[in-house]
Structures are given as structure tokens and as C-alpha cells.
Write a protein that binds this ligand. Structure first.
Ligand code: CUA
Length: 321
């Protein structure tokens, strides 16, 4: 019974090793070389373990023969000092070489995107967009096959940016800019997560990364740079409720910067920073119960809104594509 429980627990744990947020489903140059290093280190240590265990078993056998040869001082020097030094030196040099390599050495100027960690969401600024920087939130889109340089900062406490399928994790530290270069090898949608405890809603600080063919990326960026349509139903309720004090909807008087930019919020995969799928029910749920859905988040409660006002605002957000 206990053995069955252990097996089940192992299967559940291993199931977490595959999928959209896994370093074992590597699809970026950095993640692929990290995965290769992981396998080399794992296989290497298993081989050394088998070798040492074999020697131990041989030494435990009858006196003479193998035991005498293993006890030879030259064997102790070779097997106990020279062998580990050579093996560890090779692995160290190999891992340093991997650290130095990376997509940045590819030559062409990288595409710069700035990402700021905030309690508990991500501000994403496409610095190199043709018409000037374009701000978005909680979703990162990148072109496949191009070197992308992410400039990582924090607005408040230390966060950590990690997209396991594409690259290793890098801390986001207030007052400092850390760079992470990525080169994704295939189109796809993966998930990233903040991996440094940053307060109450840390575990609910996730994001989506969408790798697109370069032509699709350019077309998307053009749409993302455009302002929102004006005069949409619900815009008046959105502005009157004061949402614009914290959120920007480009093209309207809403120009707040404390919360995520909502100009094209309905075109993103998730709302609440990777918490809920984007759909009409979830916009309604977020407006009515966001403190329950994401405890500790800094958006004020809007319990003074009438159901009709809330409905109008949800309708407005759904139209911001
Ligand atoms: Cu941000 Cu943990």
C-alpha cells in the first residue's frame, strides 16, 4: 500500500517535468544547452557512482586478487586523486564555456525588450518597436530565430524571471538592469513564473511567452502599437469608476501607470498575470472577486459598483482587442 503511494507520488511529480513550463521541453538555445549539461552531469555522476560501487564490491570480496590491486598506493593516487581532478576539471571547463556562449554571440544586433517585475505582475515594453516603445503586460511575444535581449528590472522587491522552456532564470533587482538573451528555435506558447519569493501573491505571478514567426511578430507588434478604439460601449463607466488612475488605455484619457496597460488586454492569453484564461466570464469574475482570485493584489475593491456598471466595464475590457 505504502509502495503504491510512493509510486503514485513519483508519477505525479514526474508529470510536472513535461509541458509548457518545463526545462525538459527545451525550445530555446539557452535552455537546450542547459538541458544537455544536465544530462551530461547526471550520466557522468551515475557512471562514477557505478565505478566506485563496483570497486567497493570487488574490495569486499575475498582477500588477494582484486582487493590487493585496489589497495596498491598507485591505484589510490590514480583513482582517488588524479581521476576526480581530471573529471571535475573537464566538467567545470565545459560548464564555463556554456555560460560564456549563448545567443548574444550571434552577431546581429539583438531585439531589446524591457521587462519590469512588480508586485505581482510584469510590465513589458517593446523598446525597439518601429514607432517608439510600446507597453504591454503579463505576456511576452518574441520572433522565432532572432536574438532577443531582455532587460530585466524591478519596481519594488526582488523578483526572478524564469521561462524554463527557453532559458535559465535571472533575478530582477531594484536599481539594477540584468540582461537575458534568448533565441527561440520553434514557434510555441509556454509559461513563465516568478521564482523569487516577493510577497503574498508571489505564486500567482506568472506570464505567457508566445514565440511567433518573424512576419507574424511584426504584424502583431503593429497592432499592439495602435491605440484602442474610442467610444466603445462601457468606456464611460470604465473612466467614471476611476480605472484610468492606475491603468492606461492608449487613445483614451486613461493614463495610469500603477497597474498593467490594458490597451489590448483582450488579445492576451490570460488576465491577472497568468491566473485566468481571457474570456468574458473571467473578466466579470475578476471585477467582482479579484481579491479572492488573487489574494493580496494591489487593485482596490470595486464593491461600490452596481452590477450594471460592472457589466459595462467587463464588456468594455472584452472589446479591447
Ligand atoms: Cu515576483 Cu515572486
Amino acid at each position: 500500500m505504502r509502495r503504491g503511494g510512493c509510486l503514485l507520488a513519483c508519477l505525479v511529480l514526474l508529470a510536472g517535468c513535461a509541458g509548457e513550463q518545463s526545462a525538459f521541453s527545451a525550445a530555446g538555445e539557452e535552455a537546450i544547452s542547459t538541458l544537455r549539461l544536465t544530462w551530461i552531469l547526471t550520466l557522468g555522476s551515475v557512471l562514477v557512482f557505478l565505478l566506485v560501487t563496483g570497486a567497493l564490491v570487488a574490495a569486499l570480496g575475498k582477500p588477494g586478487g582484486m582487493r590487493r590491486r585496489l589497495a596498491d598506493p598507485r591505484m589510490v593516487t590514480l583513482g582517488g586523486i588524479v581521476f576526480p581532478m581530471v573529471v571535475l576539471a573537464i566538467l567545470l571547463v565545459y560548464s564555463f564555456a556554456l555560460l560564456r556562449a549563448g545567443p548574444a554571440s550571434a552577431g546581429a544586433a539583438p531585439l531589446n525588450i524591457a521587462i519590469e517585475g512588480k508586485q505581482w505582475w510584469w510590465r513589458v515594453t517593446y523598446s525597439d518597436a518601429p514607432g517608439g516603445p510600446v507597453e504591454s503586460a503579463n505576456e511576452l511575444r518574441i520572433p522565432v530565430g532572432e536574438t532577443v535581449r531582455l532587460e530585466l528590472t524591478s519596481a519594488d522587491v526582488i523578483h526572478s524571471f524564469w521561462v524554463p522552456a527557453y532559458a535559465g532564470k535571472v533575478d530582477m533587482i531594484p536599481g539594477r538592469t540584468n540582461a537575458l538573451t534568448l533565441k527561440v528555435t520553434a514557434p510555441g506558447i509556454v509559461r513563465g513564473q516568478c521564482t523569487e519569493y516577493c510577497g503574498g501573491a508571489h505564486a500567482l505571478m506568472a506570464f505567457t511567452v508566445i514565440a511567433m514567426p518573424p512576419a507574424d511578430y511584426a504584424a502583431w507588434l503593429e497592432r499592439e502599437a495602435a491605440p484602442a478604439a474610442q467610444g466603445l460601449p462601457g468606456e464611460g463607466e470604465f473612466l467614471r469608476a476611476g480605472c484610468g488612475a492606475c491603468h492606461t488605455v492608449r487613445g483614451t484619457p486613461a493614463e495610469g501607470t500603477a497597474g498593467p496597460d490594458l490597451t489590448h488586454v483582450a488579445s492576451r492569453q490570460t488576465i491577472g498575470a497568468g491566473i485566468l484564461a481571457t474570456n468574458p466570464e473571467n473578466f466579470r469574475a475578476w471585477l467582482a472577486r479579484h481579491r479572492e482570485i488573487k489574494p493580496g493584489n494591489l487593485m482596490p475593491e470595486y464593491d461600490f459598483l452596481s452590477p450594471a456598471e460592472r457589466e459595462a466595464i467587463a464588456t468594455y475590457l472584452e472589446a479591447l482587442e
